[in-house]
Design a protein around this ligand. Structure first.
Ligand SMILES: C[S@@+](CC[C@H](N)C(=O)[O-])C[C@H]1O[C@@H](n2cnc3c(N)ncnc32)[C@H](O)[C@@H]1O
Length: 266
């Protein structure tokens, strides 16, 4: 295996192990700083009303925005959540798309999938499903979803080009992707970019904003619109990263027309 692939696998294994532990003990690490998960969720844009209508054990305080709050989901739509964790955004989406819709959460950490499935049972959800898998190799057919959401996950992937290619592949033409994620506005120091714990905390793998947006465009999305940004300036943050860590919210559209069916040409 090439050295780069070995390194990517090591990062992923570390991240998976860390989120496995979080799923088991309900403690949050990424983007939280010890604040209660419910308070953290409200601070990043969820309303108490929304949160009251989903299982409370789905709220782990791991997100960096509220992607559902940034788009209008229609009844009957099929939604995919990349890195669904314990299911917070899957359940919120399910409440919006209704019984005729379908929401799929994909996550690579078995303990998270187990927790999310238990939460679905607890909440009596019949329009959701959780699939164990990697966002670099989505377990979904081409052009099968209307909307992709993702909350504080893609920064954790060592191969973001592949994530955006996969997102493009599974979206229906004119489908939209609404993301909340971490980017930076200055290159982070090398020791942070190489630190596995910093990766798991959604910092080590964060790209420069421009590089992140370029990768989305390179996958074929157009237009790509920034909806909002928040700079993290929390107390206790290391001076090395203070003021450089940004939560970005964006919407990207799959512009391409539907593939021509063989029969359509004759
Ligand atoms: C910071 S948590 C966010 C969870 C959820 N989106 C939320 O807001 O609560 C990151 C999640 O992404 C998952 N994850 C990280 N990298 C992944 C990958 N390459 N493929 C699939 N899941 C991944 C982790 O297992 C974890 O559950």
């Amino acid at each position: 295996m090439p050295a780069q692939k070995i390194q990517e696998k090591k990062i992923k294994d570390f991240v998976k192990d860390r989120y496995g532990q979080i799923a088991k003990k309900r403690a949050a690490s990424c983007c939280c700083n010890g604040v209660s998960a419910l308070k953290q969720a409200q601070a990043i844009g969820y309303s108490l009303e929304e949160l009251k209508n989903i299982p409370d054990s789905a709220i782990l305080g791991l997100g960096c925005g509220n992607p559902i709050g940034l788009t209008t989901l229609k009844k009957g739509e099929t939604v995919l959540d990349l890195g669904s964790g314990a299911g917070i955004d899957v359940f919120l989406a399910a409440n919006r798309v209704g019984d005729g819709g379908w929401v799929i959460g994909v996550d690579m950490t078995p303990e998270m999938i187990r927790k999310a499935r238990l939460n679905a049972k607890k909440g009596g959800y019949r329009n959701v499903e959780f699939r164990l898998g990697e966002i670099e190799n989505l377990p979904l057919h081409d052009e099968s979803v209307d909307v992709i959401i993702s909350n504080c996950v893609i920064n954790l992937s060592p191969d973001k080009d592949q994530v955006f290619r996969e997102a493009y592949r599974v979206l229906k033409p004119k489908g939209r992707m609404v993301i909340s994620d971490i980017v930076t506005d200055k290159e982070l120091p090398e020791d942070i970019r190489k630190s596995f714990p910093a990766w798991a905390e959604c910092i080590g793998g964060a790209l420069l904003r421009k590089d992140y947006l370029d990768k989305i465009k390179k996958a074929g999305f157009s237009p790509v619109k920034i909806l909002d940004e928040t700079i993290y300036l929390e107390e206790g943050m290391s001076e090395k990263i203070k003021g450089r860590i940004i939560s970005i919210k964006l919407q990207a559209t799959k512009a391409r027309k539907p593939k021509q069916k063989l029969g359509d040409r004759f």
